[in-house]
Design a protein around this ligand. Structure first.
Ligand SMILES: Nc1ncnc2c1ncn2[C@@H]1O[C@H](COP(=O)(O)OP(=O)(O)OP(=O)(O)O)[C@@H](O)[C@H]1O
Ligand SMILES: [Mg+2]
Length: 347
């Protein structure tokens, strides 16, 4: 089945009086990789299950081009699903697991065999075709789940935190694998994760959710460099979030005071209380920097080329920064950050 656009119009879902998803508007183009990103409980799985047809909507509609599909049962939509826990059939071989959907759809034997072989080859499991799920590693099981979803050549593949059960190394490998499959097969993918790095590295566009409501939709570059509020900023690695008050503005340059320090940053606010967001990696250690701060080092974590430092301002407010300088607990140092890297938001 081919289509140009999968569209969600005001898709909402409540459980009793709780709104798990509040009016999600999103148009996904064919071939796009969209990540739904947010912390636990923000409505990611709800959105995905609404798309799959596993959960009815409380309001809104879902469209594939001009066809309204939110009334259709999951099998009629025919979207591929990859769940967090793989959901493989334990009593079936890898080959049978991957071929199950084709059998259900009464695809001929020769054709089914060809497609299963191809799917197994894509996920590099050809040699394991006769094994049972319990004989596979977590990553291999996850690849079976992915092969099972893509073998049906679905118009859309939905993935719910597919890598969260894997160890760090395998997660990186599978991440690339998923992106590679998406590209080679020309899939349209909606991918749920709470991991900003995963979302940034995989997706063409991110949808950041908070308590069921969209905070920001944009390319990884947009969301990373221009988060729209302090919530998105904190999710995008702006680990320093200081409470401050605006004391002056000049164009988009804003001066704030808080935590006993004065900083210059950028934003659109003109007065009142503010939240200042700075990434640890945007600080530089040394004299003569913009926005100079005196801090006392408390904890130093080793990260290969860099140290991750937890320090405090004189007022006791914590500040996190990264540096390749060798610092030790108790050191007092000056750190600074360019004003263009200091984002000022409404609190
Ligand atoms: N079947 C249900 N009955 C009642 N409330 C539910 C149900 N499913 C989800 N919720 C609630 O809806 C909200 C969103 O849940 P959802 O599973 O979509 O979150 P999530 O973003 O996928 O979280 P996680 O990252 O933990 O998987 C939560 O507050 C949750 O408690
Ligand atoms: Mg979930």
């Amino acid at each position: 089945m081919t289509f140009e656009q999968l569209r969600l119009d005001g898709v909402s879902r409540s459980f009793g009086t709780a709104n798990a998803l509040r009016g999600l508007d999103l148009a996904i183009a064919r071939g796009e990789f969209v990540a739904l990103l947010g912390p636990s409980g923000c409505g990611k799985s709800t959105a995905l299950n609404c798309l799959a047809g596993l959960l009815p909507l409380t309001a809104g509609s879902i469209w594939l081009d001009d066809t309204r599909i939110d009334g259709q049962p999951p099998e009629q939509r025919g979207f591929g699903m990859v769940f967090q826990n793989y959901a493989l059939f334990p009593h079936m071989s890898v080959r049978a697991n991957v071929g199950f959907g084709l059998k259900m759809r009464k695809v001929g034997r020769a054709e089914a065999r060809r497609r299963v072989d191809e799917a197994l080859r894509l996920v590099q499991l050809t040699e394991h075709a006769a094994k049972f799920p319990a004989q596979l590693s977590g990553g291999q099981q996850q690849r079976v789940a992915i092969a099972r979803a893509v073998v049906l050549e679905p118009p859309v593949v939905l993935m719910d935190e597919p890598l969260s059960n894997l160890d760090a190394k395998l997660r990186l490998e599978m991440r690339m694998e998923i992106r590679r499959l998406h590209q080679t097969l020309g899939l349209t993918t909606v991918y749920v994760t709470h991991d900003q790095e995963e979302a940034l590295s995989l997706a063409d566009r991110l949808v950041v959710l908070r308590e069921g409501a969209v905070q920001q939709i944009g390319t990884p570059e947009e969301v990373y460099a221009q988060p729209v509020n302090s919530y998105v900023a904190s999710f995008m690695g702006y680990r320093n979030l200081l409470d401050a008050t605006i004391t002056g503005t000049a164009g988009s340059s804003i001066t704030v005071e808080g935590a006993g320090v004065r900083l210059t940053g950028r934003g659109t606010l003109t007065e009142g209380p503010a939240k200042v967001a700075i990434r640890p990696e945007d600080f530089v250690v040394g004299d003569g920097t913009e926005n100079a701060l005196d801090v006392t080092v408390e904890i130093v974590e080793y990260h290969g080329r860099e140290l991750s430092v937890s320090a405090r301002l004189e007022t006791g407010v914590p500040v996190y920064f990264r540096t390749d300088k060798r610092l030790a607990p108790g050191d007092t140092v000056k750190i600074g950050v360019p004003a263009e890297r200091v984002l000022v938001f409404a609190p």
